[in-house]
Structure formats: C-alpha cells, structure tokens
Design a protein around this ligand. Structure first.
Ligand SMILES: [Zn+2]
Length: 222
C-alpha cells in the first residue's frame, strides 16, 4: 500500500490539527499556523492505517452511472431495479414491470422522472411516518420532501421533518431507518445515548442500515 499523502493542507488560526477524507477520496488536513511540517508528518504516520481504511472504503463504494434515459437503462425504486422503457402514453411516468416514460415528456424527461420520484417519496414517506409515529408515540408538525443530496433527513427544533426524495430509491427498511431516526429526534433533539436507545428500541439493527446508506449513497441518484 502506498503511503497516503495530503491533498490539501489548510493553515489557519485554529487550535488543533484535524484530518478529513472527502467523498472523492481527498485527504484534507487543517492545522494551526504554529504546527511544524515535522509534526504534521508524525501526525499523518500515526493516522496512516485509519486513512488507508477510509480510502479503501471509498474505493469499494458502488459508482453511480450518469443516466442517459435510454431503453433498458436501470432505475432503482424501493431497492429494486427497473429497466426504463420509452412508450407512447398519456401518462408521463408509470411503474409496471418496467419504469415507463412517455415519449411525450421529451425533452423534459429528466424533470418528469424526478417529479414522479418526488410524488412516490411523498406518499411512501408519509405512510411510513404515520406508521412509526404511532409506535413511537410522537407527532411531527409537518413532513416535507426535500431535494437534499447529502442529507437524508432532518428535524427542526419545532418538530418539522424533512426527507430527501432520493430515499425512495433505497430498500424500504433503509427508508424506515431514516424515518425512525428523524421521529426519534422529536423525543431527543440530539444524538445522545438516549436518542440512539430510542432508535434501537424500534430498529435493533439500525447500524446495518446506516452502513448500507453510507456505502450505497452514490446509487441513490438520477
Ligand atoms: Zn439525527
């Protein structure tokens, strides 16, 4: 294994040294002005195994293919793969054995597919929120479907929940994890031990779901 090196070194008035690996496998080190190059080198040596592990995990992640919207192309819906089929139809987008897109929607086909996913997400996430709200004895003030890319869900201090429509591409148990996570914030607006205990009481294997999301995140996109 090649020794990892720093892609970006940012010096600032910060007080501690910090290391992050970006989504595209770049090693970023933030360091105070006063820290020597030697110190940074030692720091990198100490962190070497951790960095290598992280970089390998990024390499193993499935890569998202840019969609061309051609017949036979694969689209995910609730964790299942559907092939795209371009058909003459009055309905813009419809899911059968395949994901059917009407010839009429061109050239706004991308928008049409996105709208369809958003509508599906609103229905399914709404249903799952209702189901788990009852189990968890809580009630969100509102549920909104967002366009967020890196954030699957959020919960405001006032109890408003947001969910990314991209979740509807994931298997239902993964979507459920994000729903349960955000609903648990209605009890605990933090990531304390009590919060995770709450999540675990509903989904004992939630850690597996987290892992799945981290690994497969690139697939949940158009
Ligand atoms: Zn959270």
């Amino acid at each position: 294994m090649v020794k990892p090196h720093i892609h970006t070194l940012i010096r600032s008035r910060r007080r501690t040294i910090c290391l992050t690996i970006t989504e595209n496998a770049q090693v970023v080190v933030k360091a105070p002005f006063w820290i020597t190059a030697r110190y940074i080198e030692d720091f990198m040596n100490k962190k070497q195994n951790w960095i290598i592990k992280k970089l390998e995990a990024i390499k193993e992640r499935p890569k998202a293919k840019i969609k061309e919207y051609e017949n036979g192309e694969e689209f995910l819906y609730l964790g299942k793969v559907y092939n795209l089929r371009i058909v003459p139809s009055r309905i813009p987008v419809k899911l059968k054995d395949e994901l059917e897109i009407s010839t009429n929607v061109w050239p706004k086909h991308k928008e049409a597919v996105k709208i369809w996913y958003q509508e599906e997400a609103a229905k399914i996430i709404g249903d799952r929120c209702a189901y788990f709200s009852e189990i968890m004895d809580c009630e969100p003030v509102s549920i909104r479907i967002s366009n967020a890319t890196r954030r699957w869900g959020s919960c405001s201090a006032r109890g408003k929940l947001n969910f990314s429509w991209r979740l509807v591409m994931a298997p239902i148990e993964i979507l459920d994890y994000v729903v349960v996570h955000e609903l648990a914030h209605l009890h605990e607006l933090n990531h304390s031990r009590r919060f995770w205990a709450k999540v675990k009481s509903v989904l004992p294997d939630y850690k597996e779901k987290q892992k799945w999301l981290r690994k497969n995140e690139p697939l949940l996109s158009l």
